[in-house]
Design a protein around this ligand. Structure first.
Ligand SMILES: Nc1ncnc2c1ncn2[C@@H]1O[C@H](COP(=O)(O)OP(=O)(O)OP(=O)(O)O)[C@@H](O)[C@H]1O
Ligand SMILES: [Mg+2]
Length: 276
């Protein structure tokens, strides 16, 4: 396993500028250093779990280059973020209700370079519209693209809390550390909690968390808390393949139960933020 010392050599060295972003009290961003660790699946399942707690939930597909919430759910959105970017519709007009899950979705548009290359000003407008819209919901979950680019920084800085997903793969851990390191320069790492996904067991998942935590404490003087562990579960692939949420298809399976626990953690974060 990668140890804390190796993580320190995380190769990303660009320095983001400090910026004061407007922040939503009920916005949760789902991020990761490395791609393919389960952000989209987790964002959907977390949104679903929060909706099952009776909350009004909006899931925003914030992976502006490679959107795929709609693909994992088998939706064919008639309107999406592209309409907003092009100035054809306001953000509230592209919301669609995902009836089966009991939550709302703003779909992205996969492969649209125009979305990922948005000028900062347009991106800031989009974020402001989202924060406005967030007032109609109990919680907004943003599924971000991997990495720490400008879009990710702006969106996660506007969140109450970012849930940073890592697996135990050395590359994923190193990139998670790099995310926290770069985010710390932008002042957003104090609001990061860790989710270890695809853990082979509870114990292994805790080990992975401790490795990352140790590196953050030693080299960044940060102690990101653990939001929770999600075990590797063959049902996840089944549900992604069948484009059905896991909490409908296999609600009692391990990974589903693990996300429900994280939904309770998020509930606690939201309550704290609301009363702050
Ligand atoms: N707990 C888990 N158990 C088993 N498989 C999982 C688990 N979590 C995620 N996966 C697998 O990982 C794949 C990738 O998930 P997903 O598309 O959600 O990742 P992502 O982080 O959003 O990727 P990208 O960075 O490309 O947006 C899923 O299709 C699923 O097969
Ligand atoms: Mg994704």
């Amino acid at each position: 396993m990668t140890d804390a010392k190796n993580l320190k050599t995380a190769n990303d060295t660009s320095t983001p500028t400090k910026a004061a972003f407007p922040q939503g009290k009920n916005v949760i961003a789902v991020a990761s250093g490395k791609g393919g660790v389960g952000k989209t699946w987790f964002s959907i399942t977390l949104s679903h779990a929060l909706a099952r707690q009776g909350k009004r939930v909006l899931l925003f597909d914030g992976d502006l280059g490679l959107a795929n919430v709609d693909v994992q759910l088998g939706l064919m959105p008639k309107r999406d973020l592209n309409d907003v970017i092009r100035g054809r519709l306001s953000l509230d007009k592209v919301v669609q209700t995902y009836e089966e899950g009991g939550f709302d979705i703003i779909a992205g548009r996969s492969g649209q370079a125009s979305l990922s290359a948005l000028p900062s000003q347009r991106l800031a407008m989009l974020r402001d519209q989202l924060l406005d819209l967030a007032q109609d919901y109990d919680v907004v979950v943003i599924d971000l693209g991997a990495g720490v680019d400008r879009t990710v920084r702006m969106m996660s800085a506007s969140a109450t809390r970012s849930l940073l997903i890592t697996t135990d793969e050395p590359t994923s851990l190193t990139d998670a550390y790099a995310y926290i390191k770069l985010g710390s320069a932008a002042g957003m790492s104090k609001r990061v909690s860790i989710v270890v996904n695809q853990a082979s067991s509870q114990l292994e998942g805790e080990k992975t968390y401790r490795t990352l935590h140790k590196a953050c404490e030693n080299f960044l003087r940060l102690s990101p808390p653990l939001a929770g562990l999600i075990r590797t579960d063959p049902r996840v692939k089944d549900t992604v393949r069948s484009q059905t949420p896991i909490l409908i298809r296999s609600p009692n399976t391990e990974a589903a139960q693990d996300v429900e626990k994280i939904a309770n953690y998020v509930d606690g974060i939201l309550k704290k933020a609301a009363s702050a």
